[in-house]
Design a protein around this ligand. Sequence first.
Ligand SMILES: *[C@@H]1O[C@H](CO)[C@@H](O)[C@H](O)[C@H]1NC(C)=O
Ligand SMILES: *[C@@H]1O[C@H](CO)[C@@H](O)[C@H](O)[C@H]1NC(C)=O
Ligand SMILES: *[C@@H]1O[C@H](CO)[C@@H](O)[C@H](O)[C@H]1NC(C)=O
Length: 471
Amino acid sequence: MLKPLVKKFAIWATIITIITNIYIFTYPSIHPTQCSWKCYDKTNESSEPDISSLSSLGKYTYYTKRYLNDIKNQYLTKTEQENTNDIHLLAFGDPQIKGIWHNTPYITRLDTFGNDYYLGHIYSMMQKRLSPTHVAIMGDLFSSQWIGDSEFFNRTKRYMNRIFKRNADDTWLYDLKKNNHDEMGLYKVNWTKYANEFKLNPNNSFAGYKDVYSWDPENENYLFINITGNHDVGYSGDATYQHMSRYHEIFGKDNFFIEYDVETDHPWRIVVLNTLTLEGPALQPEFVDNTWEFLYQVFERRFNGSTILLTHVPFYKEEGLCVDGPEFRYYPEVYEKEPYKANLLRSQNHMSEEATNKVFNLIFDNKKPGIVLNGHDHEGCETIYNKKGASWIATKDIDPSADYYLQEITVRAMMGEFNGNTGLVTGHFNELTKLWDFNFTLCPFNIQHFWWAAKASAIITGFIWSFYVLL
Ligand SMILES: *[C@@H]1O[C@H](CO)[C@@H](O)[C@H](O)[C@H]1NC(C)=O
Ligand SMILES: *[C@@H]1O[C@H](CO)[C@@H](O)[C@H](O)[C@H]1NC(C)=O
Ligand SMILES: *[C@@H]1O[C@H](CO)[C@@H](O)[C@H](O)[C@H]1NC(C)=O
């Protein structure tokens, strides 16, 4: 009696497992154009045919064919990527991984654990599919600036191993802990040492590089870029030497640039800018001075190519262009919890109008095509900045009367609630115009429940079949 019923059940569970797993392992093929680099070689472009006139059956057939074709291209006929000069950058917005505390309920712990692997799944799918030249995490790597050093360390391990699958050999992290720990042996940053060095030589906190394609060429054939978010170092009213020193120790410089192909006809560069320490009133105003000094030095290089600017906080725009409007919050005049923070900058949705104009005038002064990527608002947004004199005015569309324009992409978050997105930036040097073209697309996955369903059904199926065998 029971046995045939269990068998029936097991077969159904197997079917569900197969379908959900095929789905999570082929999801980019459902949106093949959005989930591929822009291809400049094909003459028929990647433009989609107009299917609005088709019947629903016709549409269904079209989407199925497109999906199957993409799978075929990925797994069967995958041709070696042509060796072009194209820039292929993957941008991940706001992973914001949460922590586990001793009073965290088990269900939340499981959720946080699964979330790491959900994010990791997105990353490895996209990395394998697209072989990027650059991978940028747009800030808010973690979910809180109020965590201690040991928790910062522990989350770094998850960030590295579970999500971004790098440095399987994380001895450097353990060596770091060996040399910097408290009496319990837990990681503790030596921020006084950092503070002394910073005060002596503030300009050592930023850097400029040339033609770096990987920080670790033996193990990685792409460049991995960490960017500061307000949850990693705090807004300028919060950012302490402790925040800055552990970020520098574990994630590298908060401000830097890399120039590429300078001696050629197609120079370009990446500028990584810590937008958290650009405005105040700041707790440590020297951080703000230092970030401006970095920008002045970038300007002084009189660079003659295109720029990809990577930041966390979006630039100034009027209410209504994106989900977040302009907002600045300050600590109150009388703040009993932390009196030393009275009146300091507590949070900001955008850079101020003044800072925006200044930054763009310093970085995009040569009028070569450029693109700005950031995160912070989670919802994502695309804006155009039209340059008029020394002001940059944000709009949805290009203003034909502007001297020059710039595109800003606020990358929609990687978090499950926002469908696990990946941003794709393709940079291509156009031999006819002798200018770089930049194109952006957003590749969505799905809310985390689909990933969970695939994993849970696999486990349940295993149990049911074992039960069946034992009956
Ligand atoms: C970090 O991980 C270590 C080892 O698993 C653990 O002993 C420590 O308590 C963790 N730190 C925090 C703040 O939970
Ligand atoms: C970015 O962070 C990861 C993880 O801590 C680290 O391995 C990598 O070296 C960092 N990048 C730089 C340039 O320091
Ligand atoms: C790609 O970028 C070029 C140059 O900026 C632009 O003309 C073109 O419309 C873009 N294509 C798409 C699909 O966005």
